[in-house]
Write a protein that binds this ligand. Sequence first.
Ligand code: HH2
Length: 259
Amino acid sequence: MGVVNITPDSFSDGGRFLTPAAAIAQAHLLIEEGADLIDFGAESSRPGAAAVVSADEELRRLLPVLRGLRDAPVALSVDTIKPEVMHAALAEGAGMINDINALRAPGALAAVAAADAAVCLMHMQGTPDTMQQQPDYANVVAEVKDFLLERVTAVRAAGIPPERIAIDPGFGFGKTLEHNLELLRHLREFKALGVPVLAGWSRKSSLGAITGKPAGDRLAASIAAALIAAQNGAAILRVHDVAATRDALAVLAAVGKVI
Ligand code: HH2
């Protein structure tokens, strides 16, 4: 899954793809580099981000990009927590909703159930504005797993079949470095929920904590984390650097360790 943020303030690529033309060109580049899926975000969820983007503004950023990519050879995912945005994006041909809030907003479940689209359910403790202030778990792996099981059950009860569901422990969303590492070590256990696991480590601040490098210099660290996630059972990797990640995965596959 290649990431394109149509935002002025994303921590990793904010401001680079704010015009429809720039976002569409970046999507084409990531597809050429081997992305199977492109994820578009129109509201930053970086730690400390205040939820100030209205549904209208999100759609103003998203819709021209989705329209411009109607004939794209891969599925288009939309990273949003808002049911109004989900409805409009799905009507415009989006094939997936990536919800960091796991369809908990009133109306979100119904919006996805009404369409023939996939959904990624992510775990987050708290909300982006405060989530990194005091992440707290007795057992992070068990608690994240319990939450995702509850959300998968709710989504299936709303009529969305497991073939359309992915889960994500939400690296960096209300988690310390040690929480993120513990989840990565135990990622394989999430496969017991019976749906594909998505992992997003690309350029994240935990990698900065480990390497001491800023977001723009975290490519090697991002690839290392992506490979560990793949080895631990992740089926979808959410990354900004598709070509480099593809090369690393090709080596892993050649060695025969991807299951
Ligand atoms: N991470 C980010 C945003 N959306 N969605 C899922 N499912 N998993 C993730 O790990 C995830 C996500 C944050 O990264 P980015 O989109 O680069 O930054 P920002 O939120 O600042 O736009």
